[in-house]
Design a protein. Sequence first.
Length: 183
Amino acid sequence: MSVTAWGGPSDALGPSASGVCLRLKAAGVSDVVTVPDFVQFSVHERLQSGIDGIRQIFACTEDQAITTAAGLYLGGRRPILMVQNQGLHKGLNSLRAICIDARIPLVFLVGQFGREQENMGHSTRESKRNVVRLTEPILEACNVPYWALDDDDQLASLDHAFAHTSTAGGAAAVLVGRYTTWA
């Protein structure tokens, strides 16, 4: 892993910002509601540079992001949430109320912040960091399906998550396990 000009990690094996953004556009995403995520920093940068038809909305908390995305959905838009694992854990009550109880279909793009380099290529359940290790079990306990997005070969995970929420309602998560790249 090298360091980029802005001082953050650059993992040449991670999913590309352009690949993620192309998939979001193809899925008809209208809004990315986010509490910025360091793992997906290059995606934030790409969105800020402008993608026709996709608006980036910053929230102060994950609860605010979830309720904002729900309001956008109810208003006829197609939002996605972009947060990190810590934020997903923090927003569980809103996720439960909005997505599980009310069945509002929302896709979460979740950066696995804190994942150790030596954990790459292994299950996140083997991570030494609770925030990483507990994300999948928490989603399973909430009956929220999830898919991995560790590189461009797994970009279809976004398609699967949107297909699930379109047919079943509720939440689906895509777990970004490597820092997104600037490509």
